[in-house]
Design a protein around this ligand. Structure first.
Ligand code: SAH
Length: 466
């Protein structure tokens, strides 16, 4: 973060604007919303600044800028078209540690203006750190259309009862659930419809009811986090991640996905590396149950889809047995994500009429799979957890009648920016891989569909195809 976002209280604070053209007018107009005491110094005053002066109590000084003018101000904006003056303003302010912004000159700024969505008291500020103000404005336009205009009113309503709710519902976790219901349910709708009084009455009833309710058991959400690219999350996954009290995750969940979890949620890492299960599965199962019993909303975040090589069934069985409510959210499994981002269709009318997902995990040094069936033509085989066994897998398929020239791809860190795809044949790939440093996770795709990659490749891999 090049610029740290903060919201500054400027009510009754002395703010200075140098320059009085149209750009200065826009900044002054913004500042007036904050309740600041504004002084403007300029040689000439545009009509728009004069208009603002008439509307708001601006102090206006017609004179050249001198370094001592910044004395006593909390914040200074230089909006002149004179580079020398701008530099003087920046120097004067910086030497006294006063916040300074020079319009269109990031190098001279100690703070920058974000794009603002004003639903006071809700304010959204967006910044590109000066990299692309247009992009920040486009994002603002998008958000403007999704944040109801009346959110400000809703926040005001919440504020009037905040203390009362705090006293009525002692547990912070329960209080949050209460507010989430209020702010997304029919009370919010009443505010949006302009029925303020009805909304206040309903809110009062809800507080009274919540005060006498006994605390409930929490819930567990078993959520598929997809293969890594956060854009591949489902809306439902994101919503639940934003509401969680606790998130229990393992190694396959990418940092970018984890970043989307509610900031204040407790994040528990329970590992899961090959042969290094940081926490035994039984302990994970009981951890989820215990957290829910404490009334927490627990998101169990799993890479890919929880029901594909994800032990989702085992975790749910424990919850079922203990009568704990749960929901399951599917995710994009590694096979779908990796195949798509590698430009390899898993089925194709001319190549493969079926696709099989298998685990290549070694058990006691060998892989038990139905090799005869897997070596048959016109199908695609996707192998999860197969990197260590790759040479053995290729050899076994050849031994059971698959052609040596059958194409195979190894997708490393699929769907992420650092994705790499290695392609070869059953015969050649083990040697190709042996020369590389491979970083897990990796997925193997076997079948003639792999040959379509040169035509269908669209995602920019970190390494050129071999
Ligand atoms: N439930 C998960 C799979 C868990 S098993 C899912 O549906 O995807 C773990 C294996 O998934 C890894 O060993 C690897 O083979 C595969 N995998 C998961 N994410 C991957 C990714 N981004 N790229 C390549 N393989 C991945």
């Amino acid at each position: 973060m090049d610029y740290f976002p903060l919201f500054i209280k400027l009510q009754q604070q002395a703010c200075l604007v140098i320059g009085a053209g149209d750009i200065a007018a826009r900044k002054i107009d913004l500042l007036t919303r904050s309740g600041a005491n504004i002084t403007v110094i300029a040689l000439e005053f545009s009509a728009s600044v004069r208009e603002l002066q008439a509307k708001h109590a601006l102090t206006v000084l017609q004179k050249p800028f001198a370094a001592s003018d910044v004395n006593g101000f909390k914040l200074v904006i230089s909006a002149t078209d004179n580079a020398e003056t701008n530099q003087c303003v920046a120097d004067a302010a910086n030497s006294q540690g006063i916040l300074v912004n020079v319009v269109d000159n990031p190098a001279l700024c100690s703070f920058i203006f974000p794009a603002i969505i004003d639903r006071s008291p809700i304010v959204v500020a967006i910044s590109s750190g000066g990299a692309s103000p247009v992009l920040a404005r486009l994002i603002r336009a998008r958000l403007e259309s999704t944040i109801p205009y009346q959110y400000g009113k809703l926040a005001q309503l919440a504020e009037t009862c905040r203390q009362q709710v705090k006293e009525a519902i002692k547990q912070p976790a329960h209080r949050r659930i209460f507010w989430e219901k209020v702010l997304q349910g029919n009370i919010a709708e009443l505010v949006f419809a302009g029925r303020q009084q009805q909304a206040e009455e309903q809110l009062q009833l809800a507080i009274d009811a919540a005060a006498i309710e006994t605390p409930q058991t929490g819930e567990v959400y078993l959520v598929g986090a997809g293969p890594g690219d956060p854009d591949l999350l489902t809306f439902r996954a994101l919503r639940l991640m934003q509401q969680a009290d606790v998130v229990v995750y393992d190694r396959l969940v990418s940092p970018a996905v984890l970043d989307l979890v509610r900031r204040d949620a407790t994040k528990l890492y329970v590992g899961k590396q090959r042969d290094d299960h940081t926490m035994p599965q039984e302990d994970i199962n009981s951890l989820l149950a215990d957290l829910a019993k404490q009334g927490k909303r627990v998101v169990r975040l799993k890479g890919g889809d929880p029901f594909i090589f994800g032990r989702g069934g085992e975790e749910i069985a424990t919850l079922m047995a203990q009568g704990i409510p749960f929901q399951i959210v599917p995710g994009i499994t590694a096979a779908s994500g990796c195949a798509t981002y590698a430009g390899i269709p898993l089925t194709h009318r001319d190549h493969a009429q079926s696709v099989t997902f298998v685990t290549g995990h070694l058990k006691d040094g060998s892989i038990e799979l139905n090799w005869r069936q897997l070596a048959a033509p016109n199908q695609t085989i996707v192998i999860y957890m197969g990197l260590i066994g790759l040479p053995a897998i290729c050899a076994a398929l050849i031994a059971h009648g698959a052609p040596k020239e059958l194409p195979i791809a190894l997708v490393e860190q699929g769907t992420l920016a650092q994705q790499r795809v290695f392609t070869g044949t059953l015969q050649s790939l083990p040697d190709i891989i042996a020369l590389q440093t491979i970083r897990p996770p990796t997925l193997m795709i076997i079948g003639t569909v792999v040959g379509l990659r040169p035509q269908l490749k669209w995602f920019n891999d970190a390494a050129p195809a071999l």
